[in-house]
Design a protein around this ligand. Structure first.
Ligand SMILES: [Zn+2]
Length: 125
């Protein structure tokens, strides 16, 4: 595997899928590498509790480094367009979702996804 291959990275965290974006330059492509956490320097600093690997994601453009002790990267793009849309719509307001459902500009899958998100939200309240 080419460690220097930059691509869009999606991390699973707290039940969500979050696309990494560089906080410095805004670039959305990263390459990954593993780094041992129990280096001599870390031990010296009293951080030798973490004797395993970290995953780094390095920004393609400015080389800013993200550190994850247990990164759970989503490697495949979602294949289910309904699930994908539901994930996209989760952040939308109820008003926006109703607009999607009522609008003629959206296909049936989009409307179904909006309906699912709305009904899920009702169950949470
Ligand atoms: Zn960057």
């Amino acid at each position: 595997m080419d460690e220097r291959k930059s691509s869009i990275r999606i991390i699973c965290a707290g039940g969500r899928e979050i696309q990494l974006k560089c906080p410095i330059c805004g670039c959305e492509e990263f390459y990954d590498r593993k780094t041992l956490l129990n280096t001599a320097g870390m031990t010296y600093l009293g951080l030798d509790w973490a004797n395993d690997e970290a995953t780094n994601y390095v920004c393609r453009d400015c080389s800013y480094i993200f550190w994850f002790e247990n990164a759970r990267e989503k490697l495949e793009k979602p294949r289910d367009p309904l699930k994908e849309l539901e994930a996209d719509y989760t952040a939308l307001s109820e008003k926006r979702l109703r607009k999607i459902i009522d609008s003629d500009n959206y296909n049936d899958t989009a409307k179904k996804a909006a309906r699912n998100v709305l009904s899920k939200r009702r169950h949470e309240i």
